[in-house]
Design a protein around this ligand. Structure first.
Ligand code: C5P
Length: 229
């Protein structure tokens, strides 16, 4: 990248946004609008100021919608799974540090992003996560209350997740070779036996999956945008 040893690592934000949004039922999720902006545009707006480039994985034949930030943002075609989309993004960029963030999590506080970026650059792998607050129970065969699970020490994993690019690429290639599918990237790195730092996330980083989540997002957008202004 032509940088000296003392310059900050070249950092890319990689946004998997190639999901079909089947559970939400409004077409590809990244294009759904809350408070007048697409989910993708909101994620790009949060990430772009803190990185050198932004690469987005889009559904096949989909064009990059208006997201701003000019030449800093480019798109690649995603794959049939989230994992395949992230691998396509990794192959398309040559940054030192990559920050992976789901387009489906449009409310990304700057301080969480900063903390994940620093932890990833220093420790190789980090994810935003929240200590579990609810009581956890495993269902029984009748789908009734089965066994209680202690919540102490349990975290719900969010994005952004940050990695040295080489670490994450190796984790993806090993997963591909072993036929392993994971719902996130930190899980693939942990599978290699490497440490993943847990960085305190934020309740507003919830993932929009169901119509109820979308309603919540539309309500939150008003407050979020007023604070941002
Ligand atoms: O489906 P889910 O909500 O877990 O998707 C998480 C993120 O991964 C979303 O931002 C979605 O657009 C993205 N994704 C992708 N390629 C796929 C499936 C999901 O980029 N094939």
């Amino acid at each position: 990248m032509g940088r000296s040893l003392t310059s900050p690592p070249f950092t890319a934000a990689l946004i998997p946004a190639a999901g079909s949004g089947t559970r939400l039922g409004h077409g590809p999720k990244a294009y759904v609008e809350v408070g007048g902006q697409s989910l993708l545009a909101r994620s790009v707006a949060a990430l772009a100021p803190q990185v050198d480039e932004v690469v987005v994985a889009l559904p096949q034949d989909a064009g990059l919608p208006a997201v701003g930030f000019g030449g800093k943002v480019r798109a690649v075609t995603g794959g049939p799974t989230r994992q395949a989309s992230v691998l396509a993004l990794l192959r398309a960029c040559h940054a030192d540090v990559v920050l992976i963030h789901d387009a489906a999590r449009p409310f990304l506080p700057q301080q969480v992003l900063r903390a994940v970026r620093h932890a990833a650059a220093e420790q190789g792998a980090a994810t935003a996560a929240l200590p579990v607050a609810d009581t956890l129970v495993r269902e029984n065969a009748e789908r009734h209350w089965g066994q209680l699970t202690a919540r102490e020490g349990l975290w719900a994993v969010q994005t952004p997740q940050g990695f040295r690019r080489g670490v994450l690429l190796e984790a993806h290639l090993q997963a591909e070779r072993s036929g392993v599918q994971a719902t996130d990237d930190a899980g693939l790195v942990a599978r290699l036996g490497l440490p993943v730092a847990l960085v305190p996330g934020d309740a507003r980083l919830f993932k929009i999956t169901t119509p109820g989540d979308l309603e919540l997002a539309r309500a939150l957008a008003t407050v979020w945008d007023a604070e941002d202004a």
